[in-house]
Design a protein around this ligand. Structure first.
Ligand code: ADP
Length: 226
């Protein structure tokens, strides 16, 4: 089976004056539909790993393949297209646009698909129904609770049915009950590869596979190939 995400010998060193090695020699293969928690102490390299998996940052060593395609030689516009078609992102701080309705925030997830606006809104309405916010389409983000805002962000991430969803501490700003709802929504994305960063043990336990980073290296991987 072609891996959804594959890193080979990936390293990331930030240049001087910091000259920090954030990742070293990471080999990682994530299968389609797998759910993975990335855990580890602050500074271990989790965010750097997620950014590299999502092609937001380029590694300084090694290769990143998405659905079997090596991204190393892709131009920045090509990488933007890969992200727009294949990857949905969810962040701890939600990053919704306050001046747009909930519906348009989600429809904006389809901006680069070359779809008519009416189709984008139809898809966005369906995605919001799936996260239980079908009755909040015309609200603004400021009128929603934190848990509801993160559900909007999930709808935006999945509205284009990406193969991969990457989430950076998606429950970090939420209480336990709202956090659980978010994890349930992510866990219910059966055909989607989900990789999330978390500091929360019960969130990590809800993912099929757990990878612990330490000093930029994989220290433990519950799902490493035998
Ligand atoms: P984590 O997400 O596990 O807290 P990060 O991936 O954010 O870890 O950071 C790993 C290391 O890389 C840290 O030492 C951090 O200070 C460093 N780092 C991250 N981003 C940058 C950057 N843009 N420039 C310089 N150093 C960075």
């Amino acid at each position: 089976m072609t891996a959804a995400l594959e890193l080979r010998g990936v390293g990331k060193t930030y240049p001087a004056p910091a000259a920090v090695t954030a990742l070293s020699d990471v080999d990682l293969s994530v299968e389609p539909g797998e759910s993975v928690a990335i855990i580890g102490a602050s500074g271990a390299g989790k965010s750097t790993l997620l950014s590299i998996l999502g092609t937001l940052e380029r590694p300084t060593a090694g290769t990143v393949s998405i659905a079997g395609t090596d991204t190393s030689r892709m131009s920045d516009p090509q990488l933007s297209a890969v992200r727009a078609w294949h990857i949905g992102f969810v962040f701890q701080q939600f990053f919704l646009l306050d001046h747009l309705t909930v519906l348009d925030n989600v429809a904006s997830g389809l901006m680069y698909r070359g779809m008519p606006a009416a189709t984008r809104r139809e898809r966005a309405t369906e995605a919001l129904d799936r996260v239980g916010l079908g009755a909040r389409l015309r609200h603004r983000p400021a009128q929603l609770s934190g848990g509801e805002r993160q559900r909007v962000a999930i709808a935006r991430a999945v509205v284009g049915r990406p193969a991969v969803v990457l989430a950076d501490e998606p429950t970090g700003n939420l209480d336990t009950a709202n956090g659980r709802q978010i994890v349930e929504l992510l866990a219910a994305l059966h055909d989607t590869t989900v990789v999330l960063i978390t500091h929360n043990a019960s969130v990590a336990a809800a993912m099929r596979r757990r990878i612990r980073l330490e000093d930029g290296r994989i220290a433990e991987d519950s799902g490493a190939p035998a």
